[in-house]
Design a protein around this ligand. Sequence first.
Ligand SMILES: Cc1ncc(COP(=O)(O)O)c(C=O)c1O
Length: 401
Amino acid sequence: MSQEAKHIIDESFGYLVKTYAPQPVVMDYGEGCYAYDTDGKKYLDFAAGIAVASLGHAHPAVLKTINEQAARMMTCQASYATKEKLDAAKALVETSCFDLVYFSNSGTESVEASLKCARKWAYDEKGEQANEIIAFRKSFHGRTYGSASVTEKFHVQPFFGPYLGGIKWAEFNDLESVKAVASAEKTAAIIVEPVQGEGGLVPADAEFLKGLRALCDELNICLIFDEVQAGFGRLGTLHAYEAFGVEPDIAAWAKGMGTGFPVGAMAAKEKFGKAIVVGTHGTTYGGNPLACAVAATVMEELTKPGFMEQVGKTSAILFEGLNEIKRASNKITEIRGKGLMIGVDTVFDIKNVLGGLQKNGLMATQAGKDTLRLTPPLIITEDHANEALEIIKTTLGELEE
Ligand SMILES: Cc1ncc(COP(=O)(O)O)c(C=O)c1O
C-alpha cells in the first residue's frame, strides 16, 4: 500500500465514527463493472456497494440524467408535483402489482414507511389492538428503530433498547411457526425478505411465500416483502416477488433502484397505501427531482428488452462455475441464492477468503456469519462472470485450511 493510501485510511478513522472495520485499500473511482483504488489497482466489483450498483459505475445514461437534472433542479418541497416524480412513480406502478408509491432515500426508510403504513391500515381496519408485526429469525431490515425492531440480531444489543413492542418472531421457511403467532385480531403485518440477504443469502421457498399470502388473505393481514436487496433485477426479474409468483401488499425498495444514487420507495396496493393520508408521514428529501430522475433512468435501462435474460445467463454461468469448483476441490461447502444474489460457504474463515479475493482483484462482501456474498452489477457479461470464477478458484486454491 502506498504511503498516501495508508495516510488516508489512518486519518479517516481518526475522524469517523467506527461503524465499519476499515479495509486496507482506498477506493478511488469506478467504471462499468470495475473499481480502482488510489494505487491504481483494478478490482472486478462483485460487491457493487452490496447489491447497489445495478448498472455498474458511471453508467452513461445515469451520468447524463444526473448532470442534466442537477443543473435544472435537485430539490423541491415535497408537496409540489414534478415531472420527474411522476415519471418515476408511473414507471414503478406500471411495471408492478402496486398502485401507490412513496419515495424515500434508503432501504431502512422504505421499511419504516412500510411498517407505519401497515400499522395505520390495521388500526383503521381492525382497531388499535391490531399492531403486532410478525418478523423472521435471521432477518435484516435496516438500522433505524422500526426496521431494527424487526431485525432479529439487533435485539441482542441491549444498549439500544427498548425496541418497538408488538413484534412476534417466526422461523423463515416454516409456515407453521407463523401460524402459531398470527392472529386475525392482533396481527397488522408480516414482513419477510424473499431472499434473506444479511442472514446468509437464503431464498424463501415459493410454497412458503404462497402460504404466507394465503394466511394473510385468511386473517386479513398485510403482507410486506422487503425487496431492498433482492429487488430491481437482482433475482432476474424486475421485482423480487415475480421470481416467486406471489404478490405482496406492500414492498420496500432501495439499493439497485438508484444504482448508487440514494433513492428508495415503499410501493403499496391501493387498499393499504391509502391508509397514509396527508400529515401522517413524509420526508424532506424523498421524491426529490434528482433522485426520481435517476430512478426513472434506471427503470428505463432495467426494462430494456433482453436485460433480465442476460441476468439469467450470467447467473447460470456463476452457479455452474461455482458448482464445478465445489466438485473439484471440496473447498466450497454450500452455494445458495438466486439470480445475481449468490452466497457461497467455504471451509475457510470468511475474512481470509475476502482478503484473498481482494488481493487477486475481486471485491465481494460477507453475509451472515461466514458466507461469501456475490452481488455483481446486473450488467456483467459472460466474460466478467468467468473472470470472477477464475479469481475465486485461484483464491480458494491459495488458502490453507
Ligand atoms: C433486506 C434489506 N432491508 C433493508 C436494508 C437497509 O437498507 P439501507 O442500508 O439502505 O438503510 C438492507 C440493507 O442491507 C437490506 O438488505
